[in-house]
Write a protein that binds this ligand. Structure first.
Ligand SMILES: Nc1nc2c(ncn2[C@@H]2O[C@H](COP(=O)(O)OP(=O)(O)OP(=O)(O)O)[C@@H](O)[C@H]2O)c(=O)[nH]1
Ligand SMILES: Nc1nc2c(ncn2[C@@H]2O[C@H](COP(=O)(O)OP(=O)(O)OP(=O)(O)O)[C@@H](O)[C@H]2O)c(=O)[nH]1
Length: 472
C-alpha cells in the first residue's frame, strides 16, 4: 500500500535576542495554540509549535528558546542550535530592521553560510518605515534581499506564509497524515536508551511489510509492521543516528527529529534507561511529549538484571521527576531480551483507543453531574460555580467542553479533580484529557432564583439537545 510519509517539515527561527523571534513564533503558530497541552505543572515557554501554512502544516522551532533553556551548558547549547539549523528544512534568520546590522547578526550569518540555500533573511519591526531604505544595510550579510515584516503588527505575514508554502510545499508531510487504521507510534528517548534494539525486537519478529520511506530531506524512517494482528507504523529517527555515528562517534540527540516523530505519531513510546535514571534530557523529551498532547507510554528499559533496590529507586525517581505525566502508563521492559513487550504494546493500544475515543454528550454530562454532586465546586464571593453539562470538543487528545457559569474561576485542583473523574469513568489511560470551560450564554443568569430546579433542569436538557443536534 502506498502511503504519504507522516513526518512534517521544520522551519527554524534564528536570530539574536530581542529581534522579535517569539513574536513571529506566536504569529505563525497561534492558530494551533488551542491544541497545546495545558497540563498542570508544565508551564514553560514554548520553543516549538505547529503552523498551518496553505493546505499543510509545518513545525516551527525557535532556536533562541533552545539556546536560553539550556543556559549554563554552553557547548551543548550551541550544539543543539546548530543541529536544529542543520536539520531544519528551512531557516528564517531574523534581524531588527530598526537596529541595523550588529556584530551578532554577522556571527549568525557566518554560522548560516553553509545553509544559505534554505535560509531567508527576515527583517522585523518595519512598520511605518521604508523597507528599501532599511534593507540596504542588510545586503552586507550576503543573504540577499530581506523580507520586511512587522511581526507585532502582523504585517508581511501573508508574504512570509506564501514564501514558506513555496519553499516547503514539496515536503511530503503536507499531505493527510493519518493512515486509516494504522497506529503511528514514535519511539523517542535519549541516545543509548535502547530505541534501535526495541525497534528491531518489535519489527524483526513481527514484520509483515517493512517499507523504509525516507523523507526527501529528512532521515526519519517509517516502518510498517503488525503486532497481535494490529497494523502499526513505527516512526523512527534512526537515520540521523546512523549518520551521526559515521561522522563523529558522539551520539547526538536531535530535538527536531524528536519533534517530528512526536508530531507524526498517534502514540509516543518514550524510553527511559533504567540504568541511567531520569536525567534532564529525559525530562525534556517527556515535556515535549506532554506539550504535544499525544498519548504516551513510558517504557522503562534495561529492566533485566537489576537489583530490587535499583528497581524501587527508579520507580520512585520516575514518580518524583515526572509528575506531569500522571496519565501515562509506565511499563518496565527489556528490549534486549524482548521481555514484557506484549504489555508494552497492550498499553500502546489502550492509549491509542483512549486518545481517539468518542464520548457521548449524555455520558459526559452524567459523569459531570455525579462528580459535581460528590464534590461541589467551591463558592466564589458567596456564589457557587455552576457546571451544567459537557460535550466532546475533540479527539487526540480527548477534549471535553464544560458549560456552566463563573467557570473561569475554577481552580486547578478542581479542574484536575474533574479530569480524573472523566479519566476513570471512560478509562482514558495514557492520554492527556483537556478541559475547555464555557460560560454559557444564559438569559436567566441574573435571575437564577426565579427558576425552580425543575425549570432549570428542563432548560439544561433543551440546551444539551441543541448541542447534540449540532445547533449550538
Ligand atoms: N516595533 C516593533 N517591535 C516589535 C515587533 N515585533 C516584536 N517587537 C518587539 O521586540 C521586542 C522583542 O520581541 P521578542 O519577540 O521577545 O524577541 P525575541 O527575538 O524572541 O527575543 P528573545 O526572547 O530575547 O530571544 C519586544 O518588545 C517586542 O514587542 C515589530 O514588528 N515592531
Ligand atoms: N541490558 C540491556 N541493554 C540494553 C537493552 N536495550 C538496549 N540495550 C543496550 O543499550 C545500548 C544502546 O541501545 P540502542 O538500541 O542502540 O539505543 P538507541 O536508543 O537506539 O541509541 P541511539 O542509536 O544512540 O539513539 C546497546 O548496547 C544495547 O544492547 C536492555 O533491555 N537491556
Amino acid at each position: 500500500m502506498e502511503h504519504a510519509p507522516l513526518v512534517a517539515p521544520t522551519v527554524a527561527l534564528v536570530g539574536r535576542p530581542n529581534v522579535g523571534k517569539s513574536t513571529l513564533f506566536n504569529q505563525l503558530t497561534r492558530t494551533r495554540d488551542a491544541l497545546v497541552a495545558d497540563e498542570a505543572g508544565l508551564t514553560r515557554d514554548r520553543q516549538y509549535g505547529l503552523a498551518d501554512i496553505a493546505d499543510g502544516h509545518c513545525i516551527v522551532v525557535d532556536t533562541g528558546g533552545i539556546m536560553e533553556q539550556a543556559e549554563g551548558l554552553d557547548a551543548s547549547v550551541a550544539e543543539q542550535s546548530r543541529l536544529a539549523i542543520e536539520e531544519a528544512d528551512f531557516v528564517l534568520f531574523m534581524v531588527d530592521g530598526r537596529a541595523g546590522v550588529v556584530s551578532e547578526d554577522q556571527a549568525i550569518a557566518e554560522m548560516l553560510r553553509p545553509h544559505t540555500a534554505k535560509t531567508c533573511l527576515v527583517m522585523n519591526k518595519c512598520e511605518g518605515l521604508d523597507r528599501d531604505v532599511l534593507a540596504a544595510d542588510f545586503f552586507a550579510l550576503g543573504l540577499g534581499d530581506p523580507l520586511g515584516i512587522a511581526a507585532a503588527h502582523g504585517q508581511g505575514m501573508g508574504l512570509l506564509r506564501e514564501l514558506l508554502a513555496q519553499r516547503i510545499a514539496l515536503a511530503p508531510s503536507n499531505k493527510p497524515r493519518r493512515e486509516h487504521g494504522r497506529v503511528a507510534v514514535a519511539l523517542v528517548g535519549r541516545p543509548n536508551a535502547g530505541k534501535s534494539t526495541l525497534l528491531n525486537r518489535l519489527v524483526g519478529e513481527n514484520r509483515v511489510i517493512a517499507s523504509d520511506v525516507a523523507g526527501t530531506t529528512r532521515d526519519s524512517v517509517e516502518v510498517a509492521f503488525e503486532y497481535n494482528g494490529k497494523p502499526y507504523t513505527l516512526i523512527d529517527t534512526a537515520g540521523l543516528r546512523r549518520k551521526a555515528k559515521v561522522y563523529d562517534r558522539i551520539e547526538k540527540f536531535s530535538v527536531v527529529k524528536t519533534l517530528q516523530a512526536i508530531e507524526a505519531s498517534n502514540v509516543v513510546v518514550a524510553l527511559i534507561d533504567a540504568r541511567e535514571g531520569v536525567g534532564a534530557q529525559d525530562a525534556r523529551i517527556l515535556g515535549m511529549v506532554a506539550e504535544s498532547g499525544r498519548a504516551i507510554v513510558v517504557a522503562i528499559n534495561k529492566w533485566d538484571g537489576l537489583e530490587d533496590e535499583q528497581r524501587a529507586q527508579i520507580k520512585s525517581e520516575v514518580e518524583r521527576k515526572l509528575p506531569f505525566l500522571d496519565y501515562a502508563s509506565f511499563v518496565s521492559i527489556s528490549a534486549l531480551h524482548g521481555s514484557r513487550l506484549k504489555e508494552l504494546m497492550q498499553a500502546v493500544s489502550k492509549a491509542h483507543r483512549a486518545a481517539f475515543c468518542d464520548l457521548s454528550t449524555s455520558a459526559l454530562s452524567a459523569v459531570l453531574e455525579k462528580a459535581v454532586h460528590a464534590h461541589p465546586p467551591p463558592a466564589v464571593a458567596g456564589r457557587r460555580i455552576k457546571l451544567r453539562y459537557a460535550h466532546q470538543g475533540g479527539r487526540n487528545p480527548p477534549t471535553i467542553v464544560i458549560h456552566g457559569n463563573q467557570t473561569e474561576k475554577l481552580n486547578n485542583n478542581y479542574r484536575r479533580y474533574l479530569v480524573n473523574a472523566f479519566r476513570q469513568a471512560f478509562e482514558l489511560d495514557g492520554t492527556p484529557v483537556h478541559l475547555h470551560f464555557k460560560t454559557s450564554d444564559n438569559p436567566y443568569k441574573d435571575r437564577k432564583n426565579e427558576l425552580s430546579t425543575g425549570q432549570r433542569r428542563k432548560r439544561d436538557r433543551m440546551i444539551r439537545h441543541r448541542i447534540k443536534s449540532g445547533k449550538s
